[in-house]
Design a protein around this ligand. Sequence first.
Ligand code: GSH
Length: 197
Amino acid sequence: MTVKIYGSPMSRVSRVMWCARELNVPFEHVDVAWEDSKKPDFLAVNPNGKFPGFSDGDLKLFESLAINMYLAKKYGTGGLYPAKLEDEAAVFQWTLWAATEVEPLVMPALLVQLGYSKDEAGAKAAADKLPPVLKVLDGYLSDRQWLVGNSFTVADLNVATVVSLTHYGKVDISYVPNVVAWLGRCLARPARSPKAA
Ligand SMILES: N[C@@H](CCC(=O)N[C@@H](CS)C(=O)NCC(=O)O)C(=O)O
């Protein structure tokens, strides 16, 4: 088995496992304890000392959403990964949008909920900036089911893993009903583990 996914499944590791399952790519999950993430063995896989770590043969990668785009392109072009250049560009757009515009506004609330942070005021201030951002996605989804083309792609998977953090962070997103409905469609996919975040 050439694909290995390293780290606690209760982390962004779940994103990559979801993607691999969507693609029916066999993988080895190497569970790494949180306290071992800064030790040399794991730093040799991901020098950031963060989960996930990933390898496919000799290739090592970090950044969960980039790993997903790699996996989808290698094992799912024409399916989970769109074949057309313009659609690939839309995958890049939505993935980077989720990572840069959405995740930083949701993560503080999640860290408070998980007990890693006590900065409730900071978490609220970040989450308060979310509505205009998510309304962009809501408007886009007003007349379509999926982000790119007519079927579920890695763009949906990547953005859904980020937007779903609102649930775990107890951030209300009921004001964007198209996003709520789309997120439900994404998270209902059989390849997603019930434990995924
Ligand atoms: N942008 C990175 C973030 C990686 C990350 O922060 N992972 C968390 C787990 S979900 C982690 O390992 N945190 C431990 C730490 O920051 O020391 C990615 O998407 O892979």
